[in-house]
Design a protein around this ligand. Structure first.
Ligand SMILES: *Cc1c(COP(=O)(O)O)cnc(C)c1O
Length: 227
């Protein structure tokens, strides 16, 4: 079933997004076993993302052959476990985290590829810079020599109002395009999960993070919440 889901999804993404850019599919692997993740990789997944450092570390050696992303909220005391091991951190959401990442990355002689997380729906339950301060945040974060800013990440709110969601998505793409004009490293807009990725891709997302759509429903609901 995993292999079939992966193949079908990759086929759907083959045409690229609304801008004609290729779309990177990141398999969101929280709660999945190394066997399940390796099955997804064998079927064509090239990028995998964990949202807890403990799972990232536990499965690291048992999973092979894919780029590693970190997509969840990152506590500063866990940063050290990702140094040198993570290809893209999607959740650069505050200066305190940037400070810790900078310190650890510099000490290791490593550069952390990061996406700046934007709280697009201005939700209290989510972290990230506000859409209004996104440009300023990116400007500030460029001053950290061991962070390479590669784009933006956002999570849409839960809503039945698809026009509202579309407006949020389009405004994310706007912010992304504005910053991209002055930054050659900017190339990823990571936005879209199993329930909303079609809309996100229509509005210009070029990186989506899918869990349930690839692996089926998660076993433990408790594991879904961000720490
Ligand atoms: C779990 C998770 C996803 C994928 O969620 P699905 O709804 O299962 O596709 C995407 N992004 C983040 C940050 C996640 O934690």
């Amino acid at each position: 079933m995993i292999a079939e889901n992966v193949r079908q999804t990759l086929a759907q993404l083959a045409g690229g997004n609304a801008q004609g850019e290729p779309i990177t599919l990141v398999a969101a692997t929280k709660t999945r076993t190394p066997e399940e993740i390796n099955a997804a990789i064998a079927a064509g997944i090239t990028d995998i993302g964990e949202n807890r450092v403990q799972e990232f570390t536990q499965k690291f050696d048992a999973v092979q052959g894919a780029r590693r992303h970190f997509i969840g909220h990152l506590q500063t005391n866990k940063v050290k476990y990702l140094i040198g091991k993570c290809d893209l951190i999607h959740s650069l959401d505050r200066y305190e985290l940037a400070n810790e990442l900078q310190k650890r990355a510099a000490a290791a002689g490593w550069v952390a590829n990061c996406l700046v997380e934007i709280n697009i729906g201005s939700e209290l339950s989510k972290s990230g810079f506000s859409p209004e301060t996104a440009e300023k945040a990116v400007q500030d974060l460029r001053a950290y020599p061991n962070l390479r800013l590669c784009g933006l990440m956002a999570m849409l709110p839960i809503s039945e109002d698809s026009e509202y969601l579309r407006a949020l998505c389009l405004s994310m793409r706007d912010i992304y395009d504005t910053i991209k004009k002055t930054d050659k490293n900017f190339r990823f807009l990571s936005m879209g999960m199993s329930g909303d990725w079609q809309l996100c891709v229509e509005c210009g997302s070029n990186m989506i993070r899918l869990g349930t759509a690839l692996f089926g429903p998660r076993r433990s609901p408790a594991a879904e919440s961000r720490p």
